[in-house]
Design a protein around this ligand. Structure first.
Ligand code: GLN
Length: 544
């Protein structure tokens, strides 16, 4: 059989960020995967950080972690959630990685005698990496998302590399742009999009498709104008309107024949679509939009002003809601408001499930402990993620096992009861970047009668991690005697991975199961929480 040469799709945004380039890229991946093509994403980020590991979530949103322990841009979360495939760190190409590779090659003498330049050395490095991935992964199509917007200084060498690549490979360029509609005028305006387009044309790239973010449907005259300025057919101007859920976007694109046009533009071999897969996607989307049941979930954390910090948690709840055929109305609770016994607990009156999220630093942790106590005492289903598990252990130690002042040594190094303490492997770590306990780790669930085992239905599971502290083994016996269940550990039993309350629904995990949740493969613990919350809601409703 003839092997097909890898084809490339490059997604470029113009005018402004926040248009949902990650969702567009992911929808393209989803559509092509429906046909069985082997598709993979590549993300380019122009910043000079090596990776996202040292970035503050306030500035850059969530740090996403892959199985192979890479700390990557949160767009990788979107790709995995749509594509349902485990991705790898080499697919994240940053300015930092490129420049450090070029400099170390230069020091080794690889360019001896030459002046090292953006063109051809840096652009060559980019093309080499992309083709290397295409080959090593055997991809039919690579969908490359270029971070930032056209015209930025930070990504222009990357865009130039893509232009050069299109001279020798099959490349389809997609320009994502914005069409504003001023209420007072009641008309869609194409001028900003034209300006963005002009910048792209100046860079030597004529897009093959223009995807337009709008609040409503594109009018015919908008499409005609953009087609004219973009040297395109009207059919190449694609609608990307506001939708009730972003998981509808692949379906919206397919209604417009975007999948078929892309396949024909790239000259991909003809294949038929997997209609069962499409139907199951549609059903999952239907259950997000019009679910049969109801539940209210509170997400408690400390970066609440920036919801992007918890993107994966929020999406995992949506996947779980779809699996449970239940709405999951999320409210965001800033834990600092509950420090020192303050806080208005009446906000939890209608809450059917509480999640305490991961995080670093002391701020807000006493508030988390207070909220966890409230959940335990009031019988509200609880899920603790990483820091949320650590604080669950501290709460239990303080209020049930009687260890006064128990804490994590991250927050109180003088506490008599360090129920959570630094991992041994972390004691000599000095560098901050890439040095946490990271990536997929295997874990065993020894107790058949546990929430964890029932949720996963298996004794061996693998979840992703990102932390430096752990459950202190010196407290295992005392806390177990006080009723806390240790329902999961590493295979050698050295690290505690899952803990549970002996009654009601309360579970904490040292891992981040939200990082592996996908619409087609929701995280088991989130589904268990959604089911428990749904039941809690029914019980509460019948009491009203
Ligand atoms: N700060 C805690 C630790 O490093 C928890 C980390 C997290 O929630 N990701 O162990």
């Amino acid at each position: 059989m003839l092997t097909m040469q890898t084809k490339y799709i490059v997604v470029l945004g113009s005018l402004m960020s926040g248009l949902g380039k990650g969702v567009v890229t992911s929808s393209i991946l989803r559509m092509l995967d429906f046909y069985g093509y082997k598709v993979l994403p590549i993300k380019f980020d122009g910043y000079l950080n090596y990776d996202c590991g040292t970035m503050n979530p306030y500035q850059h949103g969530e740090v996403f972690v892959l199985d192979d322990s890479s700390e990557v841009d949160m767009d990788f979360g979107i790709y995995e959630r749509f594509l349902n495939k485990d991705l790898t760190g080499d697919m994240s190409i940053t300015g930092g990685k490129l420049f450090s590779a070029i400099t170390s090659k230069e020091r080794k003498g690889d360019y001896l005698g030459g002046t090292v330049q953006i063109i051809p050395h840096l652009t060559g490095e980019i093309m080499g990496r992309i083709e290397g991935i295409a080959k090593s992964k055997g991809a039919d199509v690579l969908v490359i998302e270029v971070g930032g917007t056209v015209g930025d200084l930070e990504n222009n060498y990357f865009i130039e590399a893509m232009r050069q690549m299109s001279l020798k490979r099959d490349v389809a360029f997609i320009n994502l742009t914005y069409i504003p509609e001023l209420a007072a005028v009641g008309e869609q305006k194409t001028k900003p999009a034209q300006i963005g387009l002009r910048l792209l044309l100046q860079a030597g790239i004529n897009p093959d498709f223009i995807v337009c973010r709008t609040s409503t449907k594109l009018t015919d005259s908008t499409k005609e104008k953009l087609a004219l300025f973009g040297n395109l057919e009207k059919s190449a101007i694609i609608d990307d309107p506001d939708l009730p859920t972003l998981y509808s976007l692949p379906l919206k694109f397919m209604e417009q024949g975007f999948d078929k046009m892309l396949i024909s533009k790239l000259g991909l071999e003809g294949r038929s679509i997997d209609s069962e897969k499409v139907a199951s996607w549609k059903e999952r989307v239907r259950r997000i939009i019009s679910p049969k049941h109801d539940a209210n979930i509170a997400i408690v954390g400390k970066y609440m002003t920036l919801r992007d910090s918890y993107a994966s948690v929020k999406e995992a709840i949506i996947h779980a809601g779809s699996a449970a055929d239940s709405s999951v109305n999320v409210s965001w609770v800033e834990s600092t408001g509950f420090d020192d016994g303050k806080g208005d607990y009446s906000i939890f009156t209608n809450t059917d499930g509480i999640i305490v999220t991961g995080g670093f630093g002391k701020r807000g942790t006493e508030g988390m402990i207070n909220i966890i106590r409230y959940a335990r005492e009031k019988g509200i289903p609880y899920l603790g993620l990483c820091l949320g598990m650590q604080m669950m252990a501290v709460e239990y130690a303080r209020h049930v096992a009687g260890f006064v002042g128990a804490n994590s040594s991250e927050f109180d190094s003088n506490t008599k009861h360090r129920v959570i303490s630094l991992l041994d492997s972390q004691k000599r770590v000095t560098n901050k970047g890439g040095t946490m306990r990271l990536g997929a780790q295997e874990c065993v669930l020894p107790l058949k009668d546990s929430i964890a085992y029932r949720a996963y239905g298996s004794q061996k599971v693998s979840e992703r991690h990102r932390h430096r502290y752990e459950f202190n083994n010196s407290y295992r016996d005392a806390l177990t005697k006080a009723g806390l269940k240790i329902s999961g550990t590493t295979a050698d039993s050295k690290l505690v991975e899952f803990i549970e309350w002996p009654y009601g629904f309360g579970i904490g995990t040292q891992s981040h199961p939200e990082l592996k949740s996908r619409l087609e493969a929701p995280a088991p613990l989130f589904v268990a929480l959604a089911d428990a919350a749904k039941e809690h809601h029914l019980r509460n409703d019948s009491r009203r």
